[in-house]
Design a protein around this ligand. Sequence first.
Ligand SMILES: Nc1ncnc2c1ncn2[C@@H]1O[C@H](COP(=O)(O)OP(=O)(O)OP(=O)(O)O)[C@@H](O)[C@H]1O
Ligand SMILES: [Mg+2]
Length: 513
Amino acid sequence: MLSAAYSAGLYGIEGFPVVVECNQKNSLEGFELVGLPDLAVREAKERVRTACYNSGYPFPFSRITVNLAPADRKKEGSAFDAAILTAIFHSSGVIRRDVSLQGRCIVGELSLSGDLRGVRGILCMCVAAKENGFTEFYAPVENAVEAAAVEGIRVYAVPNMRALVMHLNGEAPLEPVRNEKTFLEGNNAYTEDFIDVRGQTMAKRAMEIAAAGGHNILLIGPPGTGKSMLAKRLPSILPPLTFSEAIETTKIHSVAGTLPAGTSLLSVRPFRAPHHTMSPVSLVGGGVNPLPGEVSLADNGVLFLDELPEFPKQVTDALRQPLEDRRVTITRANGRVTFPCSFMLVGAMNPCRCGYFGHPTHPCTCKAGDVKRYISRISGPMLDRMDIQIELPSLRYEEISSRDEHAEPSAVIRERVTRAREFARRRMEGSGRAVYCNAQLDAAGIHAFCTPDAEASALLAAAYDRMGLSARGYDRILRVARTIADLDGSEQIRAPHVAEAIQLRSLDRKYWG
Ligand SMILES: Nc1ncnc2c1ncn2[C@@H]1O[C@H](COP(=O)(O)OP(=O)(O)OP(=O)(O)O)[C@@H](O)[C@H]1O
Ligand SMILES: [Mg+2]
């Protein structure tokens, strides 16, 4: 008897439908599986056969051929197990022959006992199933909530093969998993708030500007001044995560297997802070079965590199291309995989190895040459990508000891940031450019949108000579000035905007000059 069940495969962050055909012939016993890589076939056959026995069904005594189509797409992993056994059950009559498997997508690995085990990328597969016209999606209990984020398809949480058989036969129907709307409820609720950061008015303002323009930012200062604190709170002042951003970022985390248990959709912007001992591959992604790296896990959120000078050069160099392209393409023999990686970069560092160079009271124990050497570990190209650099001085006693009356909660700052982005978006929309924030403006964009008025121009000209700016530094100041004007609701870039932008760049000269 011939039967077909349906499943889904995963390629990068995209799912695709897979047909599992099964044919049984009443001749000598045998089990053949085609359409998977050799090793995967051997393992899948063992799991399927044993899971069948342990679910309380005899494995058919006949010649079984299972084919996974399409043959030309590489299918990896163990997510097809449940669909393979379903097809076998259907062709042997354990699942009634008059039950239709059409429109039902079944995904899950089988344990030897017949339980369905969670797999990576369920959300991507469920999205693909819905797009391909499936109306029901069967997922392991562990992952079902993740799949339930997709609307317009019924999702069932399947504990084991026996439950699946009884459901399909209509003997003990499963209840569909309710779409909990977790996204809307928990949306953009951050646990860490700007209001907790005392003092550091300049740095907070710099973070707001960075958020408004999508500018990368470098924080420099002695230990314990709030650099890590501020970086961690940046996602909370970025514009609210939209539904489509949430889907994209959740897909990446679904593939990487980094979604917290029971999460259907990420509802907050990611904050990733990888350690400096990580490899370039774990930063940008890769591997035989390509997995997203930290830059993609930070998609639509923040990548924080703490102790920036400690990162090896090959790691920071690997950052340059993803920063520019906002996606990473990994090439493998069987094709290419692309992971999005649109993130804001925050770097933090002490001004020297001991941390106290330039401190008003705490003496610095580094030798003069050592300070220079430490600082220069931030390469020119890296420094170039930091539109904003800001110093966090140590707090005065009054600042730490008393409550800051004027400290604003993140929600208030986020409102201003969102308004500024909207202001910028409207301006760029008319131009037909694929630019989402000011940080992405190229030379032509700067020419088109960042024209300072006469007074601002004069100020820039003076600064250009006095600060010994490069052409690139000049562009950067204009981009940041554009953002400051946007926060101000001003179409024109005026002198105060330029003046503030120049200040946000002056550390360049102090430390690297
Ligand atoms: N501006 C601040 N407002 C409130 N608390 C602060 C501030 N700065 C530092 N702290 C306190 O000090 C702790 C350490 O701060 P944080 O980790 O941000 O320092 P850092 O600048 O990153 O230091 P390091 O250079 O050692 O990494 C915080 O957990 C907080 O309790
Ligand atoms: Mg820190």
